[in-house]
Design a binder for this molecule. Structure first.
Ligand SMILES: Cc1ncc(COP(=O)(O)O)c(C=O)c1O
Length: 446
């Protein structure tokens, strides 16, 4: 508290410092709302947190299933990471990254090339966010092809700025009133639980991919790239079938476009492989990386065909993995590998999904459970037979889990709750979370 006071935060008292209602009121006045729901989530305590346990300033402890939307690969205040970070604290970090090269950045660029699929000649560009990683891929694809048309999906989320926002289509709130920055031909994301083409898994002839061929033929075959989330995250946690991803990749190639995999949320080992796209046996031309790669710092990266750009100054960011961030990111990549976190994610993720499927069998209102590794979605319906989307219940379950059962959950799409925990979660904690989730659903469906 003394520190906050000394930094000029006014009217902070021993009483209000642990009162979320008070600070949410101040937030409403002074801090523009982003995606937080101030009706549901209290003010988080920035001084505390351990693994998947986080706290609000009122003193409640939560089991965190959101991991800061896939930012916290190793949870909160992970001791080996804190030790490493402390050891590099006096790195000169006021070095902006775009005028000079530094060895940590070069090393990180090289490492990312190594761990992304494909044996072709690749190059990395370091950015400051996921949206900028996506935009960087798009600019590179335009630069290399001389084309400006992109294939995007409905739903999809690629960020909230410029070209990335032009691709995004997961909620009208994100887009309404903002101009479309680039041409996008949009088709439905492969979504087997509610196939937009009325097919069943058994009868599927990859109609979604054929729809893409038709869209390209009708709307313009001058495509620079197809941009696809390897798992559709924000839009509702759809896991596409491998045959659809392969067909979409092939059609893209047929028309001379690049294939960009957006792995901002699904990458960094979360699904048990470095990149979710590897689960579908497709080698993308570009991978857009973000969130966890920064080990808690704002960072993103692109790996794509060498050279990414036709010359200098085609893309540049003042802070793109400045040296300290590049070092912590390198440490994270090494630690995930050395400590077997990818294997753990595959195994514990399968366990988490099995436990969620048990809940699906138990509750009439869970229509679908889908996911890979530490990335799963639970879709709420009015009943299993009619599959009518149940947004009202989903919202109620989020509120109940957070406020009553102290389980930090996050919505996705219209009627889905995401399970996106940090990789350090234990099986006991998964069981505990399942138990709380089960109770919250039971409370809301009484
Ligand atoms: C798949 C995907 N792409 C891009 C982004 C944008 O990342 P950022 O918020 O770091 O710009 C996100 C963020 O949630 C995302 O989930």
């Amino acid at each position: 508290m003394e520190l906050l006071k000394s930094l000029g935060i006014k009217e902070i008292t021993a009483k209000n410092v642990s009162d979320s209602t008070y600070w949410l009121d101040r937030a409403n006045k002074f801090q523009a709302i982003a995606t937080q729901n101030r009706e549901v989530y209290n003010v988080i305590d920035h001084t505390k947190g351990e693994g998947v346990l986080c706290y609000d300033i009122d003193g409640n402890e939560y089991l965190d299933l959101a991991s800061g939307v896939a930012v916290r690969a190793l949870g909160m205040r992970y001791k080996p990471y804190l030790d490493f970070e402390a050891s590099v604290l006096d790195t000169v970090h006021e070095i902006m990254s775009n005028n000079w090269d530094s060895i940590p950045q070069i090393g990180l660029a090289e490492r990312l090339v190594e761990i992304t699929p494909g044996k072709f000649d690749k190059q990395t560009s370091l950015t400051t966010s996921g949206a900028r990683a996506v935009e960087n891929c798009m600019k590179s694809a335009m630069d290399k092809t001389g084309r400006r048309r992109f294939i995007g999906f409905r739903p999809s989320f690629h960020g909230r700025t410029g070209y990335a926002l032009a691709l995004t289509a997961s909620n009208a709130k994100h887009k309404a009133g903002f101009p479309q920055g680039v041409d996008v031909t949009r088709v439905f994301y492969p979504y087997c639980y509610r196939c937009p083409y009325g097919q069943t898994v058994e009868d599927c002839n990859v109609e979604c991919a054929e729809a893409l061929r038709q869209a390209i033929s009708l709307e313009g075959d001058d495509i620079a790239a197809t941009v696809m989330e390897s798992i559709c995250a924000e839009g509702g946690f759809y896991v596409p079938p491998a045959k659809a991803v392969k067909a979409i990749y092939e059609i893209t190639k047929e028309f001379g476009g690049y294939f960009i995999a957006d792995e901002v949320q699904s990458g960094m080992g979360r699904t048990g492989k470095w990149w979710a796209i590897e689960n579908f046996d497709v080698t993308p031309d570009y991978i857009a990386i973000g969130k966890a790669v920064g080990a808690g710092y704002p960072m993103g990266a692109v790996v794509g065909p060498h050279p990414l750009f036709s010359g200098t100054s085609r893309h540049s960011e003042t802070f793109g993995a400045e040296p300290k961030m590049a070092l912590t990111s390198l440490w994270l990549l090494k630690h995930l590998e050395d400590e077997g976190f990818l294997k753990k994610n595959a195994e514990d993720g399968a366990y988490m999904i099995k436990r969620l499927e048990e809940l699906k069998d138990k509750h009439e209102v869970i229509g679908d459970v889908r996911g890979i590794g530490m990335m799963a979605g639970v879709e709420f319906v009015k009943n299993k037979e009619m599959k009518e989307r149940n947004q009202y219940l989903r919202n109620a379950v989020v509120e109940k889990t957070v406020r009553k059962y102290k389980l930090w959950t996050l919505a996705a799409g219209h009627n889905v709750i995401r399970w996106l925990p940090s990789y350090v979660i234990t099986r006991e904690q998964i069981d505990d979370a399942i138990d709380r989730f089960d109770k919250a659903i039971a409370d809301c469906t009484k």
